[in-house]
Design a protein around this ligand. Structure first.
Ligand code: IMP
Ligand code: MG
Length: 178
């Protein structure tokens, strides 16, 4: 097996780049249908989602805007349980159709804290697009409206996901070897 080492840990291939791009095309097709004429505002959550957000956004054929916020709750391979807003929202969302772009929903804590702040600003609608979801890890219930892959409760790396800062540039998704 083609394993890689990042810091002190070993990872094995899990989702090939081609499967990711095929899945993203299908997600985009659905978004194109659902948001045609609505000029949606996509809010991508940094850092992890920057590659997914870019690839998904390129596949959209409708009028759409994107902006970025920075939230973080992870330290190493475990969720710290604390969500910090490092860069806030600078765009008005009142009466806008908003779609959150997340790389991965793990415990759900990040979105659970952020969604009420957004709802408070009364968007016309608020949906979630996530590349990955770990249902077995989800403590705070989050309904994912556009999902790439449902994955087991394992630490993943690559395609924007990091382990202590490294691995984001790997073009496919790897899984921790335990
Ligand atoms: P949550 O708040 O527990 O849902 O965590 C969500 C955030 O934690 C994601 O946006 C990622 O940035 C990070 N995260 C969760 N699981 C993983 C993983 O398996 N690898 C790398 N980062 C992860
Ligand atoms: Mg993230």
């Amino acid at each position: 097996m083609r394993t890689i080492r990042v810091h002190d840990k070993v990872f094995e291939p899990y989702i090939p780049g081609l499967s990711i791009s095929e899945r993203i095309k299908l997600m985009a097709r659905q978004l194109n249908e659902d948001y045609n004429g609505k000029r949606p505002l996509f809010i991508a959550i940094l850092n992890g989602s920057f590659i997914f957000a870019a690839d998904l956004f390129k596949e959209l054929a409708i009028e759409a805007e994107i902006c970025f916020i920075k939230l973080a709750s992870y330290k190493g391979t475990k969720s710290s349980g604390q969500v910090i807003t490092a860069i806030g929202l600078d765009t008005e969302i009142f009466k806008r159709h908003v779609v959150i772009i997340e790389d991965i929903i793990d415990t759900g804590k990040t979105l659970n804290e952020f969604l009420p702040q957004l709802r408070h600003q009364q968007p016309a609608s608020l949906k979630i697009a996530a590349l990955l979801h770990k249902p077995a890890a989800t403590v705070y219930p989050i309904s994912v409206d556009y999902l790439g892959f449902s994955v087991p409760n394992k630490f993943l790396l690559g395609y924007g996901l990091d382990y202590n800062g490294l691995g984001r540039n790997i073009p496919e998704i790897y899984k921790l070897v335990e």
